[in-house]
Design a protein around this ligand. Structure first.
Ligand SMILES: O=C(O)c1ccccc1NCC(=O)[C@H](O)[C@H](O)COP(=O)(O)O
Length: 190
């Protein structure tokens, strides 16, 4: 199972993930307490272990901004959380040629022709769970929403390719080295 640690914003956060080695990390460009500027993200990416993929997280962002971040090598994967259409997804496929993750709620069965689905809470990044028994997948799917270290055993039985988490690896709103290392180790042991 792949693991993505989302919402990195400080240079020490990058040091933590370089040590823990998750598969993916997320830079949030959408409005959020975890939001990073292009300049910050460029610096963070330059410090990131080259084996770890960087995911840009967006809500209804202008296309040019996303394309520019891919072209500059700041993000390796696009994650769309807003009202982006299949037309937008086709545009990114053609223009960027990087994997695309489209987030949806568990009760939204819209099919998007993209690389991965991400089933997330209605309030992304809030640390809130939802009913995992409602999950239906029709393509490689990541799961997010309040996932913590005690959930790994249960999640290993779900039809998902990876997990995406943020709040549970924070202390007082900041990424926590021990929590990141512990959860990546737990996932690797499954
Ligand atoms: O994390 C945010 O602040 C955020 C803001 C706006 C759109 C998306 C956001 N995060 C997306 C993620 O991929 C989070 O990792 C995911 O929602 C899980 O977060 P959590 O429930 O805190 O583990």
């Amino acid at each position: 199972m792949k693991i993505k640690i989302c919402g990195l914003s400080r240079e020490e956060d990058i040091a933590y993930v370089n040590e823990a080695k998750p598969d993916l990390v997320g830079f949030v460009f959408a409005k959020s307490r975890r939001q990073v500027s292009d300049k910050q993200a460029k610096k963070l990416k330059s410090l990131l272990d080259t084996h770890i993929k960087s995911v840009g997280v967006f809500i209804d962002e202008p296309r040019e901004h996303i394309v520019n971040l891919v072209k500059e090598g700041i993000i390796d994967i696009i994650q769309l959380h807003g009202h982006e259409s299949q037309d937008d997804i086709e545009y990114y496929k053609k223009t960027c040629r990087v994997p695309i993750i489209k987030a949806r709620h568990v009760d939204d069965s819209t099919h998007y022709d993209c690389d991965f689905d991400l089933i997330d809470n209605i309030n992304p990044g809030s640390g809130q769970k939802f009913d995992w028994s409602l999950i239906k997948v029709n393509k490689p799917t990541f799961l997010a929403g309040g996932i913590g270290i005690d959930d790994i055993e249960e999640l290993s039985h779900l039809p998902i390719v990876g997990i995406d988490l943020s709040s549970s690896v924070e202390t007082d709103g900041k990424k926590d080295r021990e929590k990141i290392i512990d959860i990546v180790r737990r996932v690797r042991c499954k």
